[in-house]
Design a protein around this ligand. Structure first.
Ligand code: AP5
Length: 225
């Protein structure tokens, strides 16, 4: 299955993607996480990406499409994958269609996470990420770690993303409205999009997503319902 998660910054894409990917037994591929890994490692690609991410702008398409193209050649994607944060504009959507067509594949489903901007701002303001693994996501109020500044999963240090500052968040939201929102229309025209509310508890959003994809709900313990 090729599944796309689309939604504004802070909607909860990363939070849901980790859970959905585990449930569907497919890899979670986040362009944001891939860029953050490059930035942490100080690679040339990371230095280039950093000039754009810290300003709240999209990393240039040739870089981003190259990163995704390489990632999709790895064997763990053979049975499908979940893309979180890609495609983010129409050029990337067309590039993805071409990449998939080359392997006689296509996008199977798109989940469009909808949430009011005031909630997004609250979610982003309190977000903390684990330095060791960017998939370990916390929130100072909504999902606080048991020990301050420490990841419950691996003991890594928690930190606030540089691009989560208010001014940058406003820019990211503007970029989402102008560049990414049209991507939803691209897939709507193919009948692939289900829009779901990203408000409420993490578990409720996960259940809405699973139902939209034709799966049963899961209970809080994570077993199928
Ligand atoms: P990226 O990392 O993809 O950022 P984003 O799309 O702006 O999304 P976020 O990571 O901010 O939010 P999210 O929706 O994943 O929310 P989360 O689950 O963390 O991209 C960063 C940058 O990289 C971009 O600005 C760009 O520069 C570059 N980039 C990336 N992809 C690119 C591309 N394709 N092309 C070009 N450039 C690209 O949740 C947020 C918070 O809310 C967390 O604290 C979480 O604990 C909490 N939370 C989540 N769900 C709930 C809930 N239901 N209830 C309460 N709290 C919740």
């Amino acid at each position: 299955m090729c599944l796309l998660l689309i939604g504004p910054p802070g909607a909860g894409k990363g939070t849901q993607a980790v859970r959905l990917a585990a449930h569907l037994s497919i890899p979670h591929i986040s362009t944001g996480d891939l860029f953050r890994e490059h930035i942490d490692q100080g690679t040339e690609l990371g230095q280039n990406a950093h000039t754009h991410t810290r300003a709240g702008l999209l990393v240039p398409d040739e870089v981003t499409i190259g990163v995704i193209k390489e990632r999709l050649t790895r064997p763990d994607t053979e049975r499908g994958f979940l893309l979180d944060g890609f495609p983010r504009n129409l050029a990337q959507a067309h590039a993805l269609d071409d990449i998939l067509a080359y392997s006689e594949s296509r996008v199977d489903a798109v989940l469009d996470l909808e949430i009011p901007e005031d909630q997004v701002v609250r979610r982003i303001a309190g977000r903390r990420l684990c330095r060791r693994n960017h998939e370990h996501i916390f929130h100072v109020d909504y999902s606080p770690p048991e020990v301050d500044e420490t990841c419950d999963v691996c003991g890594g240090e928690l930190y606030q993303r540089e691009d989560d500052r208010e001014r940058t968040v406003r820019k990211r939201l503007e970029v989402y409205r102008t560049e990414t929102a049209p991507v939803v229309g691209h897939y709507q025209a193919q009948g692939l999009v289900t829009t779901i509310s990203a408000c409420g508890q993490v578990q409720d959003v996960l259940n809405r997503s699973l139902v939209a994809l034709g799966y049963g709900q899961v209970d809080v313990a994570g077993t199928s319902g």
